[in-house]
Design a protein around this ligand. Structure first.
Ligand code: SAM
Ligand code: SF4
Ligand code: SF4
Length: 340
């Protein structure tokens, strides 16, 4: 039985950031010129990550997602995948990547036992990609996406953050692009998380607006009925194509949230919006026993009352979550450190 928090939400889903470094600079995630990086000596070794995952798995975690920063920048990532894929308790082992290095790494990741891949892609237009990410890697991402089915992966997702006046005219283009890959596109509402220092409510395109735009183009959309804690609401077009919308800003799903996040240096966060986390690296490196780690994690999860996105929604005035000066003092508040 997984342990439950104050709202009865089980501890099931762990997102592990394997590095805070990234080879893109997406406007909504890393808009600034310079960043404070985590000290290299603090970054967990693969054996340490594996040991922490064992503790979480004993407490009920059965889904792990590798993320970052850009996870494929972590040297020898397939080795970590191999360690994690051996754990029978993990029924889902996935990765979210920007796709830049995926073409070269997809076969090794598949061979190592990774189950699924999600690729973040916000535009099918190379010029827009460059504006959005401040890098020229669009062709690499497209190559990476095409390499995913070739390597034998199925159930592939493409995550798109939709921003008003930036890429909100590309919903149909992205659906058309993903269909033959094949991949299921999920449109994500722009969120006011740490790192999104230029966020403004007027740039958020709501789920309702997205549905209207898609319906105008394709005709009647049917919701896909399913019971799941996954954050995407899924919809079906008249031709059967399925897409998702993650309405994290205008209709958050905190009530079902079973996920927590481990940063590359072993800080554990109970919510994407949480300002404070729990240090697991310290106890781990001091030689804490499995029972001590279990007690620490259990205590924190049982006391969890986070529902960050719902609380943000209830505010009248909304501005970016964290000021730039605070992000410099604590890089853990950055989305690219926390893992998205
Ligand atoms: N670098 C990898 C990537 O981009 O897929 C993994 C880490 S990234 C932080 C994880 C996800 O967070 C990406 O899909 C990204 O689009 C999303 N993300 C980052 N900032 C966001 C924001 N302000 N609002 C919504 N999603 C955001
Ligand atoms: Fe973009 Fe992901 Fe890098 Fe953030 S971590 S800048 S979302 S690629
Ligand atoms: Fe979960 Fe926090 Fe996101 Fe709500 S805001 S869904 S509690 S991580």
């Amino acid at each position: 039985m997984p342990i439950s928090d104050t709202f009865g939400r089980p501890l099931k889903n762990l997102r592990i950031s394997v590095t805070d470094r990234c080879n893109l600079r997406c406007q909504y995630c890393m808009p600034e010129e310079d960043y404070v990086w985590l000290p290299r000596k603090d970054i967990l070794e693969f054996e340490e990550i594996s040991a922490v995952v064992d503790v979480f798995a004993d407490l009920g975690v059965d889904k792990v997602r590798l993320t970052g920063g850009e996870p494929l920048l972590r040297h020898d990532l397939p080795e970590l995948v191999r360690l994690l894929a051996k754990k029978p308790a993990l029924r889902d082992l996935a990765m979210t990547t920007n796709g830049v290095l995926l073409a070269e790494q997809a076969p090794a990741l598949k061979a190592a036992g990774l189950h699924r891949v999600t690729v973040s892609l916000d535009t099918v237009r190379p010029d827009r990609f460059e504006k959005l990410t401040r890098r020229k890697n669009h062709a690499h991402v497209i190559e990476g996406l095409r390499a995913v089915p070739r390597a034998g992966f199925t159930d592939t997702k493409v995550d798109t953050v939709v921003m008003r006046g930036v890429n909100d005219d590309e919903l149909a283009d992205l659906i058309e692009f993903c269909r033959p890959l094949p991949a299921e596109v999920r449109f994500i509402e722009y969120m006011d998380v740490g790192g999104a220092t230029q966020w403004s409510m007027k740039d958020v395109v709501s789920r309702a607006e997205m549905l209207l735009a898609i319906e105008r183009r394709y005709g009647r959309i049917e919701p896909v009925v399913e019971e799941t804690s996954a954050p995407a609401d899924r919809y079906r077009l008249p031709d059967g194509t399925v897409f998702g919308i993650i309405s994290s800003t205008t209709a958050p799903f905190c009530q079902q949230c079973d996920r927590s996040r481990l940063t590359a240096d072993g800080m554990w966060y109970l919510c994407l919006y949480a300002l404070k986390g729990t240090d697991l690296r310290g106890p781990l490196r001091r030689g804490a026993s499995v029972d001590e780690l279990k007690a620490l994690i259990t205590g924190r999860w049982r006391a969890r009352d986070d529902r960050g996105a719902e609380e943000r929604l209830a505010r009248r005035e909304r501005s970016p979550l964290v000021a730039k000066s605070a992000l410099k003092k604590d890089p853990h508040l950055e989305m690219h450190t926390r893992g998205g």
